[in-house]
Design a protein around this ligand. Structure first.
Ligand code: C2E
Ligand code: MG
Ligand code: MG
Length: 748
């Protein structure tokens, strides 16, 4: 605000001074001396010099001819004329420049005009009033005088005009006087010097030169000016081309920079992505490692991880006998049954709960792993004696069996545990686990929950494994055969049919009793393949016997079906297949299922028996009285025959004592409207008692031992009665004791 006001005041003062100077110039103008020359100078100042100024490219220096004109006017017509000419020339220049597009601020044209007029006026005053200066001591008209005059004009003009301009601009632009003078006004000194030089030249030509030389000089100056102007224009063009090229280059560079920035942004995005991908990869690697070492269901270490840890402990124990450990092998009892009855999802949950309970029961230094479907293993670190390990195992047994609820089912998990103590004989984790497994099997067989491994167990186990292997190939080797034991009608001794009984004549060990190999066949699952073979063999056999005579066309064959096969989905197909191959009527095939197998999963048995019944086959409950049947289930089982277990028959004394149970079973069978067969009849007393109790059918050594195929066939042709002679006469004889050869069939 203050500056604005000061600037206006300064401009106003300058303009006022300009008006005064111009006015005085006009007032004191020596009219007598004014001629055409002066008018020509005025015209040149208005129309020519404004257009003739040349700016030196890339510099602040401006070459113009106005000063030359003003100084020439000063020399020819005096200071007053120069003041006027300066004002006119500046006004013309400013107007010309405005036409060219230069914009002037408020009062700036008037200010410029005034500065021009005032500076010439002041220069003139100094020139007039300081005549004793050394350079003006020379005689007027001499060259020395001329040079001194022009020099003082140039200096004065430069000093005043630049000082006034710097003062005005300094206030306007709020910059310091000195910096404005240095930056903006100093460059104009050249103009004054050039102007003074040119004025001197023209003055000399006009005063002393003839027309010819003046013309030549003017022409030379004109040509020099034009060529200079041309050069300047070329330089300007070259500069503007260079600037355009530079602009283009910088534009290209800018674009490249933008592009590069874009690329670098893309690159950083790509790097980011890569980093994320790497992180995901690292994570999945970790997951993979975890999956390789841990069980996905329970998150316990898996068999491999367990093996690695155990291998380390075996090595450590070899070096240091104090680094003791005990390995426990745990198997969930009847887990298959849990899985079958509750479904696999709940079965999985049971495993998870069991795993959690194991972990909770152990020290943090111990390790529990899931090494198979329902198999777990534990390392007890630092436990030296099997006694301590047994204590832990018993604690596990107690805790794990505590019932829990799962989807409204009350479940109790039980385990069998085998213990293998650390031993320097062990070299691999597999050896330790194998022995703990053997001990676990011992616990299963002996139903004792926990067993500690002994070398004796391993021998027995290996024997069993070999035995199982032999059994596996027994069919292929032709070592299996069937024996047929007659089932007899007790009233007339007629033949109801045969029970097919499997025999194994081992190439090395001779005849092996079914009671020894059937359980192993059941445990190993071999029983299913074997039963299929039996079904086919037996059905074909009965088909051929049924053709012997019309009375034999109803001959029935009983085949024992194991509990394992009963729970196998293929049973139905297997039976159908045997019927289809032999083409026997289904009702002449009877399937015997022991009471205990039937009751193991009674609901399932009921549904299977119904489906079997739908095939048309007969069904028999074997070894009845030993399987703790619930009467309600018995009622729902669709069987045809009830076979009384041998033990009830053999317990009957010579005088018929202990017959109450037999009587009860026979009454029960009758009330259920089932046929009843008594097994194991060995004495006439037993036979007579059974007959008296109303038992219709019998099977036993007294009637007939299991027969080879040929013997059985021969008896069919004989059409004999299977009742002993003496029974018919009512005379009792001694019981028939089983001989070695009875059990060692097929030799009879
Ligand atoms: P089981 O099904 O109750 O068969 C009757 C068993 O009693 C037979 O023994 C038979 O020889 C025996 N036996 C018959 N009468 C008498 C007698 O008066 N006194 C004595 N002491 N024993 C008599 P075996 O053939 O040794 O079979 C034993 C068990 O092995 C069978 O009992 C059955 O459970 C099983 N078994 C035999 N063969 C097969 C088979 O092919 N498949 C299946 N799954 N099990 C079979
Ligand atoms: Mg049987
Ligand atoms: Mg039986």
């Amino acid at each position: 605000m203050y500056r604005d006001r000061l600037s206006i005041i300064t401009k106003g003062s300058v303009i006022f001074a300009g008006i005064v100077c111009t006015g005085l110039g006009a007032f004191y103008l020596p009219i007598s001396r004014i001629d055409v020359g002066y008018l020509a100078l005025i015209l040149l100042a208005i129309f020519a010099t404004p257009k003739m100024s040349l700016a030196l490219p890339r510099s602040r220096f401006l070459v113009n001819f106005s000063d030359a004109l003003i100084f020439l006017s000063f020399l020819l017509y005096g200071g007053e004329s120069a003041v006027l000419l300066a004002a006119v020339e500046m006004l013309a220049s400013c107007l010309y420049m405005r036409r060219q597009g230069v914009s002037f601020g408020r009062l700036m044209i008037a200010t410029n005009v005034s500065i021009s007029a005032v500076s010439i006026a002041l220069t003139y005053l100094i020139w007039l009033n300081v005549p004793r200066l050394w350079f003006i001591t020379a005689e007027p008209g001499t060259t020395q005088h001329l040079i001194a005059t022009l020099g003082s004009l140039a200096i004065g003009q430069f000093a005043f005009s630049s000082a006034l301009a710097a003062a005005v601009h300094g206030l306007k632009e709020e910059a310091g006087f000195w910096s404005i003078w240095k930056g903006e006004c100093f460059s104009s000194s050249l103009t004054q010097i050039v102007g003074a030089g040119l004025a001197g030249v023209f003055y000399k030509l006009i005063s002393y030169g003839d027309l010819m030389s003046s013309g030549i000089a003017l022409l030379a100056i004109g040509i020099a000016y034009l060529s200079y102007r041309h050069t300047i224009t070329e330089i300007k063009d070259a500069i503007s081309q260079t600037e355009a090229a530079e602009r283009e280059r910088s534009q290209t560079e800018r674009e490249r920079r933008v592009e590069a920035e874009g690329h670098s942004a893309q690159l950083s995005i790509a790097l980011d992505k890569e980093e994320r991908a790497n992180a995901a990869l690292r994570r999945s690697e970790k997951d993979l490692q975890h999956a390789a070492l841990y069980d996905s269901l329970t998150d316990l270490p898996n068999r491999k991880h367990f093996g690695d840890i155990l291998a380390g402990m075996i090595e450590e124990y070899k070096r240091n006998s104090l680094a003791t450990f005990q390995v426990l092998f745990l198997d969930i009892r009847r887990f298959k049954h849990i899985n079958d009855s509750l479904g696999h999802t709940l079965g999985d949950k049971v495993l998870i709960i069991a795993a959690r309970r194991f972990v909770r029961m152990l020290h943090s230094t111990d390790m529990v792993a899931r090494i198979g479907g329902d198999e777990f293993a534990i390392i007890l670190k630092g436990v030296a004696t099997t006694g301590k390990a047994q204590k832990v195992a018993r604690r596990i047994l107690d805790h794990i069996s505590q019932p829990f609820s799962l989807s409204s089912n009350r479940i109790s998990v039980n385990v069998n545990i085998g213990i293998a103590p650390c031993d320097s004989e062990y070299n691999t984790p597999e050896e330790v686990l194998r022995d703990a497994d053997i001990a676990m099997h011992h616990a299963v067989v002996n139903d004792c929950g926990v067993a500690v491994f002994t070398k004796d167990m391993r021998e027995k186990f290996l024997e069993r494994v070999n035995f199982e292997n032999d059994l596996r190939y027994a069919i292929d080797r032709g070592e299996l055969s069937m024996a047929y034991q007659p089932l007899v009608r007790l009233d007339d001794g007629g033949l109801l049919g045969f029970e097919a009984l499997l025999r194994w004549n081992h190439s090395e060990h001779g005849n092996i009793p079914p009671n020894k190999f059937i359980p192993i066949a059941e445990e190993s699952g071999l029983i299913i393949g074997m039963t299929n073979w039996i079904l086919e063999e037996t059905c074909k056999q009965i088909a051929s016997w049924q053709k012997i005579s019309p009375e034999l066309s109803n001959l029935v064959v009983s085949v024992n079906i194991s509990g394992k096969h009963l729970s196998n989905d293929d049973l139905m197909d297997d039976v159908e297949n045997a019927l289809a191959i032999s083409k026997i009527r289904p009702e002449t095939l009877k399937l015997e299922i022991t009471e205990s197998a039937a009751m193991e999963n009674a609901e399932h048995t009921i549904s299977v028996l119904h489906r079997l019944k739908a095939l048309g086959v007969q069904l028999s409950i074997d070894d009845f009285g030993t399987g703790y049947s619930s009467l309600s289930y018995l009622h729902r089982l669709p069987f045809d025959t009830l076979k009384i277990d041998r033990s009830f028959v053999s317990s009957v004394g010579e005088q018929g004592e202990n017959s109450e149970i037999l009587q009860t079973i026979i009454s029960l069978a009758k009330s259920l409207r089932k046929k009843v067969i008594a097994e194991g009849i060995e004495t006439a007393t037993q036979l007579l008692l059974l007959k008296n109790l109303g038992c219709e059918y019998g099977q036993g050594y007294l009637l007939a031992r299991p027969q080879t195929r040929d013997n059985a066939e021969r008896s069919l042709y004989e059409r004999r009665s299977w009742l002993p002679e003496k029974i018919n006469t009512g005379i009792e004889d001694a019981p028939v004791r089983p001989t070695k050869s009875d059990d060692a069939l097929p030799v009879f």
